[in-house]
Design a protein around this ligand. Structure first.
Ligand code: GTP
Length: 238
């Protein structure tokens, strides 16, 4: 039996990924499909941390674009990620997986506060550890939270779940000749503004040498494929 390529991963799920075909809310089937895929990966002996976004409930950037105070809009987004984290926790536990939700904004009646050493302990015990509330700071995206947490827990890779199977040189939905990159350097992502993650997050990954794999979450079994080392997306690194 082939061994997984990675021992500890961070899976970055956007809020939109949980919404499935709709643009708002949580799609039950999608939620359970993700949970089941994560369980399979954990059973391979991989430690899985998840950073989840909140865009299916509230987008801070969109709120601030309409005139709302940016920090307030971002805090609302962080609260949205807690809702998603609890939904994921519930689905994973229904599938028999041990989990812990750790929030960057203290909400101790609902979940544990984020404590780095505790997060590592949960992972070592085989619990899926879900990081909620981003970095706990406005002006920082959940992509940046994924990069930060990956550095802190020494994850080997960030799996960026998308609805497309990687990074393209132009929009594949508009250009039928768009080419998918198999490999990219961080600096290309930054210089060309490729839609992998925002520049703060990409810089943090570059400075800490954390590879990113962009892959298509909508195909069942893809998380496992990436973890086993199959080249199904775009690898961003050195
Ligand atoms: P180990 O001692 O390493 O096995 O971890 P543990 O998480 O089981 O230890 P603990 O006894 O601290 O936690 C027991 C339960 O309480 C777990 O479900 C935790 O998620 C939960 N828990 C711990 N701290 C908090 C907290 O501050 N708030 C909330 N809401 N739950 C907590």
């Amino acid at each position: 039996m082939q061994k997984p390529k990675y021992k500890r991963i961070v899976l970055k799920l956007s809020g939109e990924a949980l919404a499935g075909q709709s643009t708002f809310g949580i799609d039950h089937d999608v939620l359970y499909s993700i949970a089941r895929q994560v369980v399979v990966v954990v059973k391979q002996g991989v430690e899985v941390a998840i950073v989840v976004g909140g865009g299916n409930i509230w987008r801070g950037v969109a709120g601030s674009a309409k005139g709302m105070d940016r920090a307030t809009a971002d805090y609302m987004g962080m609260l949205a990620t807690i809702i998603n984290a609890l939904a994921l926790q519930d689905a994973l536990e229904q599938e028999g997986m041990g989990t812990r939700v750790l929030s960057a904004i203290e909400m101790k009646e609902v979940c544990e506060p984020y404590i780095r050493r505790r997060a590592i302990r949960h992972l070592e015990k085989g619990r899926v550890t879900i990081f909620a509330a981003g970095t706990g700071n406005p002006y920082f995206s959940t992509d940046t939270a994924a990069a930060l947490r990956s550095a802190e827990i020494e994850a080997e890779v960030i799996l960026m779940a998308k609805r497309v199977d990687g990074v393209y040189d132009s929009d594949p939905e508009k250009n039928p000749n768009a080419q998918r990159y198999e490999r990219l350097d961080y600096i290309d992502v930054l210089n060309q503004g490729l839609g992998v993650m925002d520049s703060t997050a990409a810089s943090l990954c570059m400075d800490n040498k954390i590879p990113i794999i962009v892959f298509d979450l909508t195909k069942n079994g893809n998380i496992l494929k990436v973890v086993m080392g199959e080249d199904i997306g775009t690898y961003v690194g050195r």
